[in-house]
Structures are given as structure tokens and as C-alpha cells.
Write a protein that binds this ligand. Structure first.
Ligand code: URA
Length: 435
């Protein structure tokens, strides 16, 4: 019997279980072009509403891995461990964590993604550095890993091409926040990299794709189970994405904040999440205790070794490494307009979801597949949850090159804030762990 995309979409739309062959037919059809994007988008929406069971999710992951090559890193001695986030607002952790852990003789072969829905993407951030190349062939990827123990690349026509295509479709069709689609997207990339171990950062809260701890746990458990099937050491931290992470959102702005953090001058929340994920990576790769890892990570950061690693990484991937001393070589926003507090009190909320949506509006992400990004655009937050503000005080800057957009977003952004008369404590960062 011949399969058709129509019948498979119908089957999933009606909540039935798909076979490996049916999932393979859809994914391979998208890649070869025999199934058009509009049909695949409808398929994604059916999955969004009907879900997939574990068997289907594992099958989707495998089919996506098989759409391209898998990298063999057995020629590189020592542990190979990566980290991946389920997506956040202001989440520039990878830019700090990967060079930090790679400074401790752990190889970090990272396949990342672009901005997705209201969240930012590591590849878009890195591409704000002039010359930086996120597409390397396998040979160059391995060569850089051998040399410095870190490389960060994107999906390509050779490496998880299925995720490259599906990711871009999900970005603009409101089909991101689905447990099977996130799990297969992340795990297909990670299982194609040649790693031994993986630490997942499952974001929870308004600015995350998983709004509740219950859903976040389910996503974490699904991904850990897929990793276990592939005989990898996997663990997951559940971390808070209630307000943006750090003090910036936006591609070039986040690169600056990551470099500041590598210089030992980063915001506390970003550092804390980085250290905790780093400790998990060292536990997997070096069997170190939490306290020993934490000390080692802090000392490495303060020694400047992680910053030096970042410099080498930028240079070897074609980027202008003068960026470390001179932030002016990054795209600069023409406009930087202040947002002021309407009243005196304490910042009680900066809704990361609203900020994320407004960041797309500013040009940090895409509304359609063919959109180009304004790498200079974004937000600088001068006050975060718990801080005292007075009426008329500047609390944030809205940056970008398109004045209409900057003006619109400046007007809207105050809706993401709540200012309370009572003292508010900053939200707890670590919410749980799955091993
Ligand atoms: N990161 C990914 O790579 N894929 C997702 O679906 C979400 C976050």
C-alpha cells in the first residue's frame, strides 16, 4: 500500500499512533521536497495538538538523526560532553559554559540552533560576531575540536538536515512548545554529535516552552530516556525562566554579556546557572563532586583561561576575535531608548514571554522563514525582579535600527512589568533535577 502525506496527517490529526515508516515517510519527504512545507506544517500542528507517545518520539528522533551523517569523535581522547537548553529568553549560557568546560579538558562538540519562537538561538548570537561561521564541514569541526576542545555549529544539509528544516518551520508556525517535537529536535542534534554525555537545561516558566514544572519534568524524562536508549549519560536540571536570564536580550547584546561573564563580571543569575550546569558536566566527564567542580569552574573563570578559550574558538571559526576587547566591532543599534518606571516600588515581574515576543518584534528573531535579523536589537535591563525603583527612573533600554519598531516596543514593554509596593524576593533559579 502506498503512503500519502494526506493520510498520515489525517491519522495524527485524529489522534492515532504513527508507525516508524509513516514518520520516516513524512520527514524524508520534507527533505527531498516531495512533501511541501504547507503539508509538513499541518503535520506539525497535528502533532502539537495530539502529541506523540514515547515510541513515536524515539522514532522521530531516529529518523531525524538518519536524515544526515553522525559524527564519530573516537579519534579525540577524553570525555565528550555537551549541554543543551530547551530554550529561553536571554539564555546565553552556552557562550559562557562551553569555553569554560572546554578549558578543563572536556571536549564540547555543540550543535546549536537559531532563534525559535519567542526564544533566542546560540547560532544567531554567534553570527553577530563579524566573520563567524556556524556552518563547518565535518572535517573542520573535528579539527577544531581536536585543537581546542570546543566548536559550535548549526544543522546543515549534511548534519541533521531534518532538524534544520523542521526547526525553521516550527519557528514561524507556533508549533514549538510540544514535548515530542522539542525532544526529537534536541536529541537528534545531540546524538549526531558523537558525545558520551549530555546535560540538559530544561527551562520552566513564562519565558520557557514548558510553563509548568509537571510538563518540564515530562520533557526532561522523555529526553533522558531517549539518551539512555542511545547509551549516553544524560541528566537534566530544571531551571527558572520566569524573567529573562542576565541583563540583556538580543544577539550582539548577549555576546557582550557572555564575554563580560567570561571576564568575571557577569550577572549573578547567569553565573549561577552556568556553574550548576558546568558542575553536572564535570560530574559526568570527570566524576567530580559538586563542590569540587564549582571551585574548579570559578577558579578557571577567574584565571582568564575560559576567556582565552573563547578567543581561540571565535578565531578558529572565522570570527573577529578583537571583539573581546572592542565591543564596537559588533553591530551597533542606531537607537537606544530608555524605559522608565511608572511608579515607585519593587520590580515584581518582568514577563520573559512578553519580552521574548517583543524581541522578535524588534528583529532579534524571525516572523517568517525569509526574515533577516537585526543583530544589534534587543533589551538592556537595568533593574531585575526584587530591585527597588522610583517613579521616572530608567529601568531598561530598547535597542535597534528600526525606529518604528523601537518606538512601538518601548511603548509595549511596560506591559511585561509588574511593580509592587511590597518587597519582592528574586525567583529561585534551580527548580529540580532529573538523573
Ligand atoms: N532547542 C532545540 O534545539 N529545539 C527545540 O525544539 C527547542 C529548543
Amino acid at each position: 500500500l502506498r503512503m500519502t502525506a494526506y493520510e498520515i496527517i489525517l491519522k495524527k490529526r485524529d489522534g492515532k499512533e504513527l508507525s516508524y515508516e509513516e514518520i520516516q515517510f513524512m520527514v524524508n519527504g520534507l527533505i527531498s521536497g516531495t512533501i511541501p512545507e504547507y503539508q509538513f506544517s499541518a503535520f506539525l500542528m497535528a502533532i502539537y495538538f495530539r502529541g506523540m507517545n514515547f515510541k513515536e518520539t524515539a522514532a522521530l528522533t531516529q529518523v531525524m538523526i538518519n536524515s544526515g551523517n553522525t559524527i564519530n569523535l573516537s579519534q579525540i581522547p577524553g570525555p565528550k560532553v555537551d549541554k543543551h537548553s530547551t530554550g529561553g529568553v536571554g539564555d546565553k549560557v552556552s557562550l559562557v559554559l562551553a569555553p569554560l568546560v572546554a578549558s578543563l579538558e572536556v571536549c564540547v562538540p555543540m550543535i546549536s540552533g537559531r532563534a525559535l519562537g519567542h526564544t533566542g538561538g546560540t547560532l544567531d548570537k554567534l553570527e553577530s560576531i563579524p566573520g563567524f561561521r556556524t556552518i563547518l564541514d565535518e572535517e573542520e569541526f573535528i579539527k577544531i575540536l581536536k585543537n581546542i576542545g570546543i566548536a559550535i555549529i548549526g544543522q546543515s544539509s549534511k548534519l541533521v538536515p531534518a532538524d534544520k528544516k523542521i526547526y525553521a518551520l516550527r519557528d514561524v508556525t507556533a508549533t514549538v512548545d510540544s514535548i515530542p517535537l522539542i525532544a526529537a529536535s534536541i536529541m537528534s542534534k545531540k546524538l549526531a554529535e558523537g558525545i558520551d554525555g549530555l546535560v540538559l537545561d530544561i527551562k520552566v516558566g513564562k519565558g520557557a516552552f514548558m510553563k509548568t514544572l509537571k510538563d518540564a519534568k515530562k520533557l526532561g524524562q522523555t529526553m533522558c530516556a531517549i539518551g539512555k536508549l542511545a547509551k549516553k549519560k544524560v541528566c537534566a536540571l530544571l531551571t527558572n525562566m520566569y524573567q529573562p536570564l542576565g541583563n540583556t536580550v538580543g544577539n550582539a547584546l548577549e555576546v557582550i554579556e557572555a564575554i563580560q561573564t567570561l571576564k568575571g563580571q557577569g550577572p549573578k543569575d547567569l553565573l549561577e546557572i552556568t556553574l550548576n550546569l558546568g558542575a553536572e558536566m564535570l560530574k559526568i566527564s570527570r566524576n567530580l563532586s559538586y563542590n569540587a567542580s564549582r571551585k574548579l569552574l570559578i577558579n578557571t573563570l577567574l584565571s582568564g583561561k575560559a576567556l582565552e578559550k573563547f578567543r581561540m574558538f571565535v578565531k578558529l571559526q572565522g570570527g573577529d576575535d578583537r571583539v573581546i576587547e572592542n565591543y564596537n566591532i559588533l553591530p551597533q543599534p542606531k537607537y537606544k531608548l530608555p524605559v522608565v518606571s511608572p511608579k515607585t516600588g519593587y520590580i515584581a515581574e518582568i514577563d520573559a514571554f512578553k519580552i521574548g515576543l517583543l524581541s522578535v518584534e524588534l528583529g532579534c528573531g524571525r516572523k517568517t522563514i525569509s526574515d533577516t535579523i537585526d543583530h544589534s536589537a534587543g533589551f538592556i535591563f537595568q533593574k531585575k525582579i526584587g530591585e527597588k525603583v522610583t517613579a521616572g527612573e530608567e529601568i531598561a533600554l530598547v535597542c535597534g535600527n528600526d525606529l518604528d519598531k523601537v518606538l512601538y516596543v518601548r511603548e509595549q514593554v511596560i506591559n511585561a512589568y509588574k511593580i509592587s509596593n511590597k518587597k519582592v524576593s528574586p525567583p529561585k533559579l534551580l527548580l529540580g533535577k532529573i538523573t
